[in-house]
Design a protein. Sequence first.
Length: 401
Amino acid sequence: MANIILFDAEVRTHLLPLTFARPVADLRVGILTIREKWERHLGMPASFLTQDYLQGLFPLQSGKVNLLINGSILPTEEFVKLIRQLSPGQACLKDGELLAACLDEESVISFKNDADLGKFELINPGAIALLKINRPADIFAINGEAIQQDFRLLTAGRKSAPLSATNTLIGPQENLFIEEGARIEACILNVENGPIYLGKDAVVLEGSMIRGPFAANEKSVVKMGAKIYGATTLGPSVKVGGEINNVVFQANSNKGHDGFLGNAVIGEWCNIGADTNASNLKNDYSDIKVWSYAAERRVASGRQFHGLIMGDHSKAGINTMFNTGTVVGFSANVFGADFPPVFIPSFSWGGAEKMTSYRVDKAMLTADRMMQRRDRSLSEDDKAIFEHIFEQSKHLREKNK
């Protein structure tokens, strides 16, 4: 059996801050992460070819035959068919970008050190359409389509657990799937525009109103009276309340209270305080500029709707007001009156009045306390990642003082 190796292309920098602590293919789009999608489609294990400082948590595993796949591309029927046809020594490019290659074990090592495409027989993919993420906004933009695809993948040939009579379902029954252990009572579910998927042991509390496409992964919680519009995804162990529209929560994060969040991506181990609101539309309806880590400046997003992008382990205090298209880095702590800056570097502490550097030892202590609430702890590999990102982002904190 072959191995899947999902590699980080140059797009990784454009996907920061979401890729500070993970490979590109560990991002969640739809119900599953990109890695989980590929493993299910190809029926084989996947590992990562990523930055050296991440390899402790995301080790590379190779074998006699390895399918090297661009980690920013989601599997589609056409692309999966193309991948299956690759033989050792062949590679597939489109517009100069490597999509996939088939390598033996020795070639994996040489590719890691020197990605010389001249060594491969190049295969023309033709007019194949790709489902791909190039910027953080792509994650929420394609999330509806990705939920639809994952819903079909996860539920094909299976029977949903029953929906209690205390709930109201609007739309076809086949667009709702409830895994065993999920609990939902006295809620309104609308599946006319897309499916709703409730994962194992997920909980939706009374009075919640949800429109598909929507996915609540394992052990996630929707608080009482929440108003959730598609296309929204709750990763495992995410807790949400208030009003949410087209948001992707990666995993283990909390937005447990009232407040609006729309057209946004929230990383892992984040906490958004009560009554926090994040704008997703400018008053003049113009194109929204968003911070780009690749350009190290704000650039036009080409979008009229663009909300908050928040990196892993970042926090927002109660009543925080985020302006349209705000980007918060890794392990930042944001609080205080008035609007904070539209770009908040990693390990920043403060708000509109003043920003200081968040000490890395204190940041790790906070992260460990939050993780322990879910029976996890900060590993030595995690700590090394924190320290690396702290140094990597130092120039941006100094630049934005």
